[in-house]
Design a binder for this molecule. Structure first.
Ligand SMILES: Nc1ncnc2c1ncn2[C@@H]1O[C@H](COP(=O)(O)OP(=O)(O)OP(=O)(O)O)[C@@H](O)[C@H]1O
Length: 380
């Protein structure tokens, strides 16, 4: 969708801001550009909407060399969100959001209806906030309007330059979550600039780690954290990269173990037999529809008569498949549990297996091994 081919940008004073850059962002993918101040991230981004022209090389958007596209037409298909938001102070929130549809010649009614829909999408109530002016909003609310405005004309591409940089960490985390939810609905092709590695790994499908005008590593977050390509990247992602990796690695079906399973109406004598046969100290208890109910210990079934229901304990330590290893670890600690149950997470909670500390460790190793190849595009 966005393709850089040997792009270099040298400013008039001789500064090489971007040096022979080649990479590609797939349709619907969110790529974060991360690196220290002055390494060329903003320059990279501004070349995509032709606010800056490359010195050499070419950039294709949707297969077309953007040098051949009229910049005004190009920018209509590319939403742009910046830290300072750049809302018009004399226009209401609704009119700010409707700016681009208005420029595109939509009727006032249609443009405002679209703007209201988008404000709702970014978590603002159009009835409450639509008629306010930007100065009557909090910083976080202004950022949301900035995102809504960029999405208004439904552009396939979004460029975001430190969009959440100006708000405090708590609001920032909320905006990130909301943005991830939004992106899962709208699936734009996004280039997102940040100097915050936590933000980069949280949001990016892939991350480009910049150092001095070049990409040092371009890969999925787990691989950048798990297998930094150079000492520079290792230093940049930080000594606690192992911990950071927990939050970007999902629980997968292959990580799970299968303990003995019994049902609520099974006789205790049968359950005891099953546990003995498996040499297990506990079993997972399911209801008739194979939904997670809880667990039983070998000691409790040894008592003899009755059914599993009589002695089963509820199980609070569970997560849906796809939750992060960080959530798994935190759930284990919260419930002081040696394992957690994993369900299919589609509202029906079918039991899939259990995650033990051993499985968690194996998952962390998998996250590095599988996806660690570098996917920078090397040629035109
Ligand atoms: N108009 C300009 N003329 C000369 N040099 C420039 C110009 N704009 C940027 N630079 C230089 O190019 C380099 C890259 O700048 P750029 O703004 O792309 O970095 P960045 O990674 O986005 O930094 P930050 O995180 O601080 O925004 C820097 O050394 C900067 O000083």
């Amino acid at each position: 969708m966005i393709r850089f081919e040997h792009v270099t940008k040298r400013y008039a004073d001789g500064t090489t801001a971007v040096d022979d850059l080649s990479f590609e962002v797939a349709e619907g993918e969110l790529v974060t550009l991360v690196g220290p101040s002055g390494c060329g991230k903003t320059t990279t981004m501004k070349m995509v909407n032709r606010l800056i022209e490359p010195t050499s090389g070419r950039i294709l958007v949707d297969g077309r060399d953007i040098a051949d596209v009229d910049p005004v037409e190009l920018r209509r298909r590319i939403g742009y969100v910046i830290q300072q938001v750049g809302l018009f102070p004399h226009k209401t929130v609704l009119d700010n959001t409707a700016t681009v549809p208005h420029l595109l010649g939509w009727s006032r009614k249609k443009a405002r209806a679209r703007a209201a829909e988008l404000l709702e999408l970014v978590g603002l109530d159009p009835a409450r906030h639509g008629d306010r002016y930007p100065e009557q909003l909090s910083g976080g609310q202004r950022q949301r309007v900035g995102v809504a405005r960029a999405l208004a004309a439904d552009p396939p591409v979004l460029l975001m330059d430190e969009p959440f940089g100006a708000v405090d960490p708590v609001v920032r985390e909320r905006l990130q979550s909301e943005f991830l939810r939004l992106q899962s609905q709208v699936r734009k092709t996004v280039l997102f600039v940040t100097h915050d590695i936590e933000e980069a790994v949280r949001l990016g499908d892939r991350i480009a780690v910049y150092g001095n005008g070049r990409i040092e590593q371009f890969d999925v977050p787990a691989a950048v954290l798990g297998a930094p390509a150079t000492p520079y990247v290792a230093d940049f992602v930080g000594a606690d990269r192992g911990l950071k990796r927990l939050s970007v690695t999902p629980i997968e079906a292959g990580d799970l173990e299968q303990p003995p399973v019994v049902h609520l109406d099974d006789r205790l004598a049968d359950a005891a037999e099953r546990l003995t046969a498996d040499g297990a100290r506990w079993a997972v208890v399911l209801d008739d529809a194979d939904r997670l109910h809880g667990w039983i210990s070998a000691d409790s079934v040894a008592t003899g008569g009755g059914v599993v229901r009589d002695v089963a304990r509820r199980m609070d330590a569970w997560l849906p498949l796809g939750a992060s290893l960080k959530q798994a670890f935190s759930t284990m600690l919260q419930h002081d549990a040696g394992w957690i149950a994993v369900v299919d997470g589609e509202g029906v909670d079918h039991f899939l297996g259990v995650l033990t500390p051993g499985g968690l460790h194996a998952a962390l190793r998998r996250s590095v091994g599988g996806d660690a190849e570098v996917r920078t595009v090397s040629g035109a």
